[in-house]
Design a protein around this ligand. Structure first.
Ligand code: PMP
Ligand code: GLN
Length: 381
Protein backbone atom coordinates (compact mmCIF):
# COMPACT_ATOMS: atom_id res chain seq x y z
CA UNK A 1 0.00 0.00 0.00
CA UNK A 2 1.07 3.56 -0.65
CA UNK A 3 1.59 5.41 2.62
CA UNK A 4 0.03 8.75 1.66
CA UNK A 5 2.25 11.72 2.34
CA UNK A 6 -0.89 13.86 2.63
CA UNK A 7 -3.40 11.58 4.38
CA UNK A 8 -5.76 14.41 5.35
CA UNK A 9 -5.92 16.05 1.96
CA UNK A 10 -8.80 15.50 -0.47
CA UNK A 11 -9.98 17.41 -3.56
CA UNK A 12 -10.03 21.15 -2.85
CA UNK A 13 -13.22 22.90 -1.81
CA UNK A 14 -12.89 25.17 -4.88
CA UNK A 15 -12.92 22.24 -7.29
CA UNK A 16 -15.78 20.56 -5.44
CA UNK A 17 -18.00 23.63 -5.21
CA UNK A 18 -17.42 24.63 -8.84
CA UNK A 19 -18.33 21.08 -9.90
CA UNK A 20 -21.50 21.15 -7.77
CA UNK A 21 -22.43 24.58 -9.16
CA UNK A 22 -22.10 23.31 -12.68
CA UNK A 23 -24.01 20.09 -11.89
CA UNK A 24 -26.87 22.16 -10.41
CA UNK A 25 -26.63 24.90 -13.03
CA UNK A 26 -26.24 27.33 -10.13
CA UNK A 27 -24.75 30.84 -10.14
CA UNK A 28 -21.17 30.12 -9.26
CA UNK A 29 -19.91 32.60 -6.65
CA UNK A 30 -17.72 29.89 -5.10
CA UNK A 31 -14.29 29.47 -6.75
CA UNK A 32 -12.61 32.82 -7.35
CA UNK A 33 -12.43 33.73 -11.02
CA UNK A 34 -14.01 36.46 -13.16
CA UNK A 35 -16.96 35.64 -15.41
CA UNK A 36 -15.85 38.40 -17.80
CA UNK A 37 -12.98 38.20 -20.24
CA UNK A 38 -9.45 39.53 -20.06
CA UNK A 39 -8.60 42.71 -22.05
CA UNK A 40 -8.88 42.06 -25.76
CA UNK A 41 -5.37 43.34 -26.54
CA UNK A 42 -3.92 40.81 -24.12
CA UNK A 43 -5.79 37.91 -25.68
CA UNK A 44 -4.84 39.04 -29.17
CA UNK A 45 -1.19 39.28 -28.16
CA UNK A 46 -1.28 35.65 -27.00
CA UNK A 47 -2.61 34.55 -30.38
CA UNK A 48 -0.03 36.63 -32.21
CA UNK A 49 2.89 35.20 -30.25
CA UNK A 50 1.68 31.65 -30.72
CA UNK A 51 1.25 32.26 -34.47
CA UNK A 52 4.65 33.96 -34.69
CA UNK A 53 6.29 30.76 -33.51
CA UNK A 54 7.11 31.69 -29.93
CA UNK A 55 6.25 28.22 -28.72
CA UNK A 56 9.42 26.70 -27.31
CA UNK A 57 10.91 26.80 -23.80
CA UNK A 58 11.42 30.22 -22.25
CA UNK A 59 14.53 31.00 -20.17
CA UNK A 60 14.21 29.27 -16.78
CA UNK A 61 13.70 32.51 -14.77
CA UNK A 62 11.21 33.92 -17.27
CA UNK A 63 11.14 35.86 -20.55
CA UNK A 64 13.47 38.89 -20.06
CA UNK A 65 10.96 41.37 -21.53
CA UNK A 66 8.34 40.27 -19.00
CA UNK A 67 10.75 40.48 -16.08
CA UNK A 68 11.58 44.00 -17.17
CA UNK A 69 7.92 44.95 -17.22
CA UNK A 70 7.44 43.41 -13.78
CA UNK A 71 10.34 45.52 -12.48
CA UNK A 72 8.78 48.63 -14.07
CA UNK A 73 5.43 47.92 -12.37
CA UNK A 74 7.04 47.31 -8.98
CA UNK A 75 8.66 50.68 -9.37
CA UNK A 76 5.44 52.37 -10.49
CA UNK A 77 3.02 50.82 -7.97
CA UNK A 78 5.22 50.08 -4.95
CA UNK A 79 8.13 52.45 -5.38
CA UNK A 80 10.68 49.65 -5.13
CA UNK A 81 13.59 48.81 -7.41
CA UNK A 82 14.15 45.17 -8.29
CA UNK A 83 16.82 43.54 -10.40
CA UNK A 84 14.99 41.46 -13.05
CA UNK A 85 18.00 39.16 -13.40
CA UNK A 86 18.53 38.24 -9.79
CA UNK A 87 15.32 39.05 -7.95
CA UNK A 88 12.37 38.27 -10.24
CA UNK A 89 11.30 34.78 -11.30
CA UNK A 90 8.27 34.13 -13.49
CA UNK A 91 6.40 31.07 -12.23
CA UNK A 92 3.50 29.02 -13.56
CA UNK A 93 1.08 30.43 -10.99
CA UNK A 94 1.59 31.82 -7.50
CA UNK A 95 0.70 28.35 -6.17
CA UNK A 96 3.84 26.92 -7.76
CA UNK A 97 5.92 29.85 -6.52
CA UNK A 98 4.71 29.36 -2.95
CA UNK A 99 5.38 25.63 -3.19
CA UNK A 100 8.92 26.26 -4.44
CA UNK A 101 9.67 28.89 -1.78
CA UNK A 102 8.48 26.59 1.00
CA UNK A 103 10.20 23.52 -0.41
CA UNK A 104 13.46 25.42 -0.89
CA UNK A 105 13.63 26.67 2.71
CA UNK A 106 11.70 24.41 5.06
CA UNK A 107 13.69 21.52 6.52
CA UNK A 108 12.28 18.46 8.30
CA UNK A 109 11.18 19.46 11.79
CA UNK A 110 10.88 23.18 10.97
CA UNK A 111 7.78 25.04 12.05
CA UNK A 112 5.96 27.49 9.82
CA UNK A 113 3.42 29.93 11.20
CA UNK A 114 0.23 30.31 9.17
CA UNK A 115 -2.91 32.26 9.96
CA UNK A 116 -6.36 30.67 10.08
CA UNK A 117 -8.49 30.82 8.02
CA UNK A 118 -5.57 29.80 5.82
CA UNK A 119 -5.42 29.45 2.03
CA UNK A 120 -5.45 25.76 1.26
CA UNK A 121 -2.16 25.31 -0.59
CA UNK A 122 0.21 26.39 2.20
CA UNK A 123 0.00 23.48 4.63
CA UNK A 124 0.46 20.65 2.09
CA UNK A 125 3.63 22.38 0.84
CA UNK A 126 4.92 22.65 4.41
CA UNK A 127 4.09 19.02 5.17
CA UNK A 128 5.69 17.68 2.00
CA UNK A 129 8.88 19.50 3.02
CA UNK A 130 8.76 17.67 6.36
CA UNK A 131 7.78 20.80 8.27
CA UNK A 132 4.86 21.49 10.56
CA UNK A 133 2.29 24.25 10.14
CA UNK A 134 1.60 26.12 13.37
CA UNK A 135 -1.85 27.69 13.08
CA UNK A 136 -2.46 31.10 14.65
CA UNK A 137 -6.13 32.16 14.38
CA UNK A 138 -6.97 35.62 13.08
CA UNK A 139 -9.29 37.75 15.19
CA UNK A 140 -12.78 36.20 14.84
CA UNK A 141 -14.44 39.58 14.27
CA UNK A 142 -12.20 41.61 11.98
CA UNK A 143 -9.68 38.93 10.90
CA UNK A 144 -6.68 40.98 11.97
CA UNK A 145 -3.44 39.45 13.29
CA UNK A 146 -2.93 39.35 17.04
CA UNK A 147 0.86 39.78 17.22
CA UNK A 148 1.00 38.63 20.82
CA UNK A 149 -0.41 35.28 19.67
CA UNK A 150 2.26 35.12 16.99
CA UNK A 151 4.98 35.81 19.54
CA UNK A 152 3.53 33.11 21.79
CA UNK A 153 3.60 30.61 18.92
CA UNK A 154 7.32 31.10 18.19
CA UNK A 155 9.73 28.33 19.17
CA UNK A 156 13.41 27.76 18.38
CA UNK A 157 12.19 25.66 15.44
CA UNK A 158 10.12 28.42 13.82
CA UNK A 159 11.64 28.98 10.40
CA UNK A 160 9.03 30.86 8.39
CA UNK A 161 5.82 32.89 8.52
CA UNK A 162 3.34 32.89 5.66
CA UNK A 163 1.18 35.98 5.35
CA UNK A 164 -1.55 36.75 2.84
CA UNK A 165 -2.80 40.30 2.34
CA UNK A 166 -5.34 41.07 0.93
CA UNK A 167 -6.59 37.95 2.58
CA UNK A 168 -8.43 35.04 1.02
CA UNK A 169 -11.05 34.01 2.20
CA UNK A 170 -11.92 36.93 4.54
CA UNK A 171 -11.11 40.05 2.48
CA UNK A 172 -9.13 41.65 5.32
CA UNK A 173 -5.87 43.55 4.73
CA UNK A 174 -2.73 44.10 6.78
CA UNK A 175 -1.81 47.62 7.87
CA UNK A 176 1.52 49.43 7.77
CA UNK A 177 1.79 48.78 11.52
CA UNK A 178 1.26 45.03 10.96
CA UNK A 179 4.17 44.90 8.53
CA UNK A 180 6.38 46.80 10.98
CA UNK A 181 5.51 44.21 13.64
CA UNK A 182 6.29 41.40 11.24
CA UNK A 183 9.58 43.02 10.29
CA UNK A 184 10.70 43.33 13.85
CA UNK A 185 9.68 39.75 14.77
CA UNK A 186 11.32 38.33 11.66
CA UNK A 187 14.54 40.21 12.43
CA UNK A 188 14.55 39.26 16.10
CA UNK A 189 13.92 35.56 15.46
CA UNK A 190 15.69 35.19 12.12
CA UNK A 191 12.58 34.11 10.23
CA UNK A 192 11.88 33.84 6.54
CA UNK A 193 8.61 35.23 5.20
CA UNK A 194 6.41 34.09 2.33
CA UNK A 195 4.07 36.93 1.45
CA UNK A 196 1.14 35.97 -0.75
CA UNK A 197 0.13 39.26 -2.39
CA UNK A 198 -1.84 37.92 -5.33
CA UNK A 199 -4.67 40.40 -4.68
CA UNK A 200 -2.30 43.40 -4.36
CA UNK A 201 -4.31 45.61 -6.72
CA UNK A 202 -7.68 44.80 -5.14
CA UNK A 203 -7.62 47.06 -2.08
CA UNK A 204 -10.58 49.36 -1.46
CA UNK A 205 -11.77 52.55 0.16
CA UNK A 206 -8.70 54.53 -0.87
CA UNK A 207 -6.34 52.40 1.20
CA UNK A 208 -2.89 51.49 -0.15
CA UNK A 209 -1.58 47.94 -0.42
CA UNK A 210 1.38 47.31 1.86
CA UNK A 211 3.96 44.97 0.35
CA UNK A 212 6.80 43.27 2.21
CA UNK A 213 8.99 44.67 -0.58
CA UNK A 214 8.48 48.18 0.82
CA UNK A 215 10.11 47.36 4.17
CA UNK A 216 13.83 47.05 3.55
CA UNK A 217 14.76 44.65 6.35
CA UNK A 218 11.67 42.54 5.72
CA UNK A 219 12.36 42.42 2.01
CA UNK A 220 15.78 40.88 2.69
CA UNK A 221 14.11 37.81 4.19
CA UNK A 222 10.95 37.55 2.08
CA UNK A 223 9.55 35.81 -0.95
CA UNK A 224 6.70 37.96 -2.35
CA UNK A 225 4.28 36.17 -4.66
CA UNK A 226 2.03 37.73 -7.29
CA UNK A 227 -0.40 36.35 -9.86
CA UNK A 228 -1.24 37.67 -13.32
CA UNK A 229 -4.39 35.57 -13.06
CA UNK A 230 -5.95 38.06 -10.63
CA UNK A 231 -4.56 41.26 -12.10
CA UNK A 232 -5.39 40.58 -15.75
CA UNK A 233 -8.42 38.28 -15.33
CA UNK A 234 -6.59 35.27 -16.75
CA UNK A 235 -6.71 32.73 -13.91
CA UNK A 236 -6.54 29.95 -16.51
CA UNK A 237 -3.19 31.19 -17.82
CA UNK A 238 -1.61 30.14 -14.51
CA UNK A 239 1.24 32.64 -14.54
CA UNK A 240 2.68 34.72 -11.74
CA UNK A 241 6.01 35.82 -10.31
CA UNK A 242 8.14 35.70 -7.20
CA UNK A 243 10.24 38.62 -6.01
CA UNK A 244 12.99 37.79 -3.51
CA UNK A 245 16.55 38.93 -2.77
CA UNK A 246 19.26 37.23 -4.89
CA UNK A 247 20.20 34.54 -2.35
CA UNK A 248 16.58 33.49 -1.79
CA UNK A 249 15.83 33.71 -5.52
CA UNK A 250 18.73 31.36 -6.24
CA UNK A 251 17.26 28.78 -3.83
CA UNK A 252 13.75 29.20 -5.24
CA UNK A 253 15.02 28.65 -8.79
CA UNK A 254 16.80 25.44 -7.78
CA UNK A 255 13.38 23.98 -6.94
CA UNK A 256 11.36 25.75 -9.63
CA UNK A 257 13.55 24.35 -12.41
CA UNK A 258 12.65 20.82 -11.36
CA UNK A 259 9.00 21.34 -10.44
CA UNK A 260 7.98 23.06 -13.68
CA UNK A 261 11.25 24.31 -15.19
CA UNK A 262 9.58 27.30 -16.89
CA UNK A 263 6.30 29.13 -17.34
CA UNK A 264 4.48 29.13 -20.72
CA UNK A 265 6.36 31.15 -23.39
CA UNK A 266 3.66 32.87 -25.50
CA UNK A 267 1.70 33.75 -22.34
CA UNK A 268 4.75 35.52 -20.92
CA UNK A 269 5.31 37.41 -24.16
CA UNK A 270 1.68 38.51 -24.35
CA UNK A 271 1.79 39.74 -20.75
CA UNK A 272 5.00 41.67 -21.46
CA UNK A 273 3.40 43.43 -24.46
CA UNK A 274 0.25 44.29 -22.56
CA UNK A 275 2.10 45.62 -19.51
CA UNK A 276 4.30 47.76 -21.76
CA UNK A 277 1.30 49.19 -23.63
CA UNK A 278 -1.13 49.57 -20.70
CA UNK A 279 0.91 50.25 -17.55
CA UNK A 280 -2.07 51.98 -15.92
CA UNK A 281 -4.38 49.00 -16.19
CA UNK A 282 -3.71 47.49 -12.72
CA UNK A 283 -4.37 50.90 -11.18
CA UNK A 284 -7.93 50.81 -12.52
CA UNK A 285 -8.83 47.57 -10.78
CA UNK A 286 -9.56 48.87 -7.28
CA UNK A 287 -12.33 51.21 -8.46
CA UNK A 288 -13.72 48.57 -10.80
CA UNK A 289 -13.97 45.86 -8.15
CA UNK A 290 -15.01 48.24 -5.40
CA UNK A 291 -18.01 49.08 -7.59
CA UNK A 292 -18.88 45.39 -7.70
CA UNK A 293 -18.38 44.95 -3.97
CA UNK A 294 -20.62 47.93 -3.28
CA UNK A 295 -23.29 46.75 -5.68
CA UNK A 296 -23.38 43.31 -4.05
CA UNK A 297 -23.33 44.67 -0.48
CA UNK A 298 -25.94 47.36 -1.17
CA UNK A 299 -28.28 44.85 -2.76
CA UNK A 300 -27.99 42.67 0.33
CA UNK A 301 -28.98 45.44 2.71
CA UNK A 302 -32.56 44.21 2.95
CA UNK A 303 -31.49 40.59 3.48
CA UNK A 304 -31.11 38.59 6.69
CA UNK A 305 -27.33 38.39 6.24
CA UNK A 306 -24.97 40.63 8.14
CA UNK A 307 -21.78 41.78 6.55
CA UNK A 308 -18.79 44.04 6.80
CA UNK A 309 -17.63 45.15 3.33
CA UNK A 310 -14.32 43.51 2.35
CA UNK A 311 -11.31 45.78 2.41
CA UNK A 312 -9.57 43.76 -0.31
CA UNK A 313 -9.74 40.71 -2.69
CA UNK A 314 -12.82 39.90 -4.76
CA UNK A 315 -14.48 37.97 -1.96
CA UNK A 316 -17.24 39.00 0.41
CA UNK A 317 -18.10 37.11 3.59
CA UNK A 318 -21.77 36.92 4.58
CA UNK A 319 -22.75 36.03 8.13
CA UNK A 320 -25.82 33.79 8.02
CA UNK A 321 -26.43 33.23 11.74
CA UNK A 322 -29.86 34.90 11.55
CA UNK A 323 -30.94 32.41 8.91
CA UNK A 324 -29.58 29.01 9.85
CA UNK A 325 -27.66 27.13 12.50
CA UNK A 326 -26.36 24.55 10.03
CA UNK A 327 -22.61 24.22 9.52
CA UNK A 328 -21.28 26.23 6.58
CA UNK A 329 -20.03 23.09 4.81
CA UNK A 330 -23.57 21.72 4.71
CA UNK A 331 -25.33 25.01 4.00
CA UNK A 332 -23.24 25.93 0.97
CA UNK A 333 -24.16 22.62 -0.64
CA UNK A 334 -27.84 22.87 0.29
CA UNK A 335 -28.11 26.41 -1.07
CA UNK A 336 -26.36 25.48 -4.31
CA UNK A 337 -28.96 22.76 -4.84
CA UNK A 338 -32.03 24.54 -3.45
CA UNK A 339 -31.45 28.20 -4.32
CA UNK A 340 -28.97 27.94 -7.18
CA UNK A 341 -26.20 30.10 -5.67
CA UNK A 342 -22.84 28.49 -4.89
CA UNK A 343 -20.41 29.82 -2.27
CA UNK A 344 -17.44 28.61 -0.22
CA UNK A 345 -17.58 27.61 3.46
CA UNK A 346 -14.76 29.13 5.48
CA UNK A 347 -14.52 26.56 8.29
CA UNK A 348 -12.50 24.34 5.95
CA UNK A 349 -9.63 26.84 6.11
CA UNK A 350 -9.21 26.38 9.88
CA UNK A 351 -7.36 23.78 11.90
CA UNK A 352 -10.03 24.29 14.62
CA UNK A 353 -12.95 26.32 13.28
CA UNK A 354 -14.53 28.63 15.87
CA UNK A 355 -17.83 27.09 16.99
CA UNK A 356 -19.91 30.25 16.77
CA UNK A 357 -18.82 31.29 13.27
CA UNK A 358 -21.35 31.21 10.42
CA UNK A 359 -19.76 32.63 7.29
CA UNK A 360 -19.97 31.83 3.61
CA UNK A 361 -17.62 33.42 1.06
CA UNK A 362 -19.01 34.86 -2.17
CA UNK A 363 -16.88 35.90 -5.17
CA UNK A 364 -17.97 39.24 -6.65
CA UNK A 365 -15.69 39.15 -9.74
CA UNK A 366 -18.84 38.77 -11.82
CA UNK A 367 -20.94 40.82 -14.22
CA UNK A 368 -23.22 43.32 -12.51
CA UNK A 369 -26.26 41.49 -13.92
CA UNK A 370 -25.16 38.20 -12.36
CA UNK A 371 -24.38 39.87 -9.03
CA UNK A 372 -27.84 41.47 -9.01
CA UNK A 373 -29.47 38.17 -9.81
CA UNK A 374 -27.53 36.35 -7.09
CA UNK A 375 -28.26 39.09 -4.54
CA UNK A 376 -32.00 38.94 -5.33
CA UNK A 377 -31.98 35.21 -4.62
CA UNK A 378 -29.99 35.69 -1.41
CA UNK A 379 -32.43 38.37 -0.24
CA UNK A 380 -35.26 35.82 -0.46
CA UNK A 381 -33.52 33.30 1.82
N1 PMP B 1 -2.91 32.62 -3.15
C1 PMP B 1 -4.18 33.01 -2.95
C2 PMP B 1 -4.55 33.65 -1.67
C3 PMP B 1 -5.14 32.79 -3.94
O1 PMP B 1 -6.41 33.14 -3.74
C4 PMP B 1 -4.75 32.17 -5.14
C5 PMP B 1 -5.70 31.92 -6.14
N2 PMP B 1 -6.51 31.71 -6.59
C6 PMP B 1 -3.42 31.79 -5.30
C7 PMP B 1 -2.53 32.03 -4.28
C8 PMP B 1 -2.94 31.10 -6.53
O2 PMP B 1 -2.71 31.88 -7.62
P1 PMP B 1 -2.33 31.21 -9.02
O3 PMP B 1 -3.61 30.88 -9.71
O4 PMP B 1 -1.51 32.23 -9.71
O5 PMP B 1 -1.55 29.96 -8.72
N1 GLN C 1 -7.91 30.99 -5.24
C1 GLN C 1 -9.18 30.66 -5.81
C2 GLN C 1 -10.25 30.85 -4.76
O1 GLN C 1 -9.98 31.20 -3.67
C3 GLN C 1 -9.25 29.24 -6.28
C4 GLN C 1 -8.05 28.64 -6.88
C5 GLN C 1 -8.20 27.15 -6.93
O2 GLN C 1 -9.23 26.64 -7.29
N2 GLN C 1 -7.18 26.47 -6.51
O3 GLN C 1 -11.40 30.65 -5.02
Amino acid sequence: MIGSKLPRVGTTIFTRMSALASECDAINLSQGFPDFDAPQALREALGEHAMAGHNQYAPMAGVPALRQQIAAQLDLYRGVHCDPEQEITVVPGATEGIFCAVTACVHPGDEVIVFDPCYDSYEPAIELAGGRAVHVPLDPLDFSINWQKVTDALTPRTRMIIINSPHNPTGSTLSHADLLQLESLAEQHNLLVVSDEVYEHLVYDGQPHHSVLQFEALRQRSFALFSFGKTFSVTGWKTGYCVAPPKLTAELRKVHQFVCFVAVTPVQMALADFMRDAPDYPGSLAAFYQGKRDLFCTMLQGSRFTLRPSSGTYFQLLDYREISALPDTRLCEDWTREHGVASIPISVFYQSPPLDQHYLRFCFAKSDALLRHAAEILCEI
